[in-house]
Design a binder for this molecule. Sequence first.
Ligand code: SF4
Ligand code: SF4
Length: 408
Amino acid sequence: MSRREDSATAKQANLPRTRVSIVRAENYNVDEIRDAVRMGIELIGGLDKVIKPGNRVFVKINHLPPASLPERGIVTHPIFAEAVVELLKEAGANITVGDDIEAGPGDRFAISGFRQMCQRASVRLVNLREGGFVATEDEGRLIEPIYVSRIALEADVIVNLPKLKTHSLTILTGGVKNMYGTIPASLRHRYHRDFINIDDFSLMLTDIFAVVRPQLTIMDGIVSMECEGPAGGNLRQTNIILAGQDAVALDTVATSIIGLNPEDIGTIRHCNERGLGVGCLDAIEVTGASIGSVAVPDFQPSSASTRWLTVRMSKPLPSRIMRFVMRQTVVQPRVAVSQCTGCEECAKICPTGAATIVNEIATINKAKCIQCMCCHEACRYNAIVLRRSLVGNTLYWLVKIARKILRR
Ligand code: SF4
Ligand code: SF4
């Protein structure tokens, strides 16, 4: 056993057994979801274990820039959030719902339906930048100081509402990654530029999670996103809601449901090693439905997952071959001109200036591109497609076939 594995196991032994519930829900009907979430929370010990009357509760939704309709499966569904908010109100919580969203045309919270939802529920909706950001005293492994939303930091309780989605850079968008939205957008752009490999990026996300940890995570997995998430993938009806106090354990269970190995997800690995949560399935108590009964073994992962596996499998090879493999497995963003509306979102978010608009159509300068996938995440018209080289494509399919055979 390596020293790294040794220390991870030692830390894990000190952690309490973590419970994650799985409950089925088939559509976005607020009454059905409220009942399902209620059951899910009961299965992990009850809401009164987490929230006391009068607590300031910040509900962190997943609201990607630019805004999109809930039917596109990119944001946490507002009806899902409404059902959770109703339960929090019953518990006597003083609720604020929000995320950090960049300025743009129109009311972005109204486009996604959160404005209307919060009006119906009579709770406060905020863009986190309205409350400002503060430098915490915590030291990250990669970033320091760590700036976090004042509203999130000053809340008595954070309730985290991620959506079950793949991610073209980090493989999974889950409970841990959802906390990335609590830091300023300018830093999110900078970190995309500074930490371009999956492991560093995941370590940076772990630094943020270490200072802004939710007390309760409830995942919207009713309609999920597969292939190239978090914005450009395909929708998949998965009909599940997960709940847990440990977001890392919850991500571990979610990862297993969609047929991936939790050890391949950088945020799970790093959080587990640092004692921020449990990333080992054997140490998690799953209640409600079993993983096997809701598993989606043919769920299509993003290219990032196959890339990570290919790189891992080629580690024993000489470094020259390893470097070649790494180069080949990098996916390049390309503009599908017929889909492009010239909306400029990709150019606004690109941290290196590689994406620009020429004659009202996006264009990408390959030499400047660092493959951070921000443009892919920002484009609402599926006009940024991800392409591999011929060798990369062959490796991709070989790994995919190997994965299928190993799963049998
Ligand atoms: S590629 Fe997408 S985000 Fe960029 S301008 Fe075209 S439609 Fe807008
Ligand atoms: S073009 Fe896209 S992938 Fe390349 S650096 Fe810009 S945002 Fe990142």
